[in-house]
Design a protein. Sequence first.
Length: 189
Amino acid sequence: MGRTTLVKTLALTVPKDLKVLILDLNFQDGGSDLSYMLGLEAIPHVGMYLKSRTREAFEECLIEFRPNIYIMQAPPRLSLVENITPEDVKQMIEYGRALFDFIIIDLPNENNVLVRAALEASNKVLLLTKATPAEINRIRENCSRYDYVLVVVNPVSRMWRTFTDLLSAPAIEVKDLDAHAEEILKEVV
C-alpha cells in the first residue's frame, strides 16, 4: 500500500527540466493502479513492447503524461506479459537510461526474478514498509546489497522509529510524503 502513490509523488516532484520515465512493472490482471490513478488509456503498454523488444518499440510504447514525464505502463492482463524475462526488464531500463534523466520503477510487493532484475539494474532503491520487526529484518537481510537511501514507512505501531533505527537509513511516514518529496528526491538523484 502506497508504492504507486510514492511513484506518482516523486515523478511530479522532479524538476520540469529533467525527463522522467515511470516504468510500471507492477503487473496484475485488471490493469495497474498507476494507470487508474493517472487516468491512462489501456494502450500502449509493456506487452506491446515485448512483441519486438526493440528500442523503436520501446519508444512507441511510451505515454507522454506531461511534457517531462513519460510512462511505460503495465498491461491490463497478466497474459500480455507472460513471456517477459529479467533480460527484458534490464533492457527496458537501459533504453530508458539513454532517453531519460531519471527512471522511477513501480514494483510489486513480491520477490521474483523480474523484481530482482529491476533492483540489480537500479542505482538507488526506495523501500516502503509498515516497519514491523519482521519486515525490518527482511530488509536488513535481503537489501544490504542494494544502495537503498530511504525507507518510507506506513507504520503499524508507534514504535516504528525504534525498528527502523536498525537499518541506518532515513525514514519518513507516508502521511508526510508530500512535505518531504523534494528532500527525498535529492537523496535519490
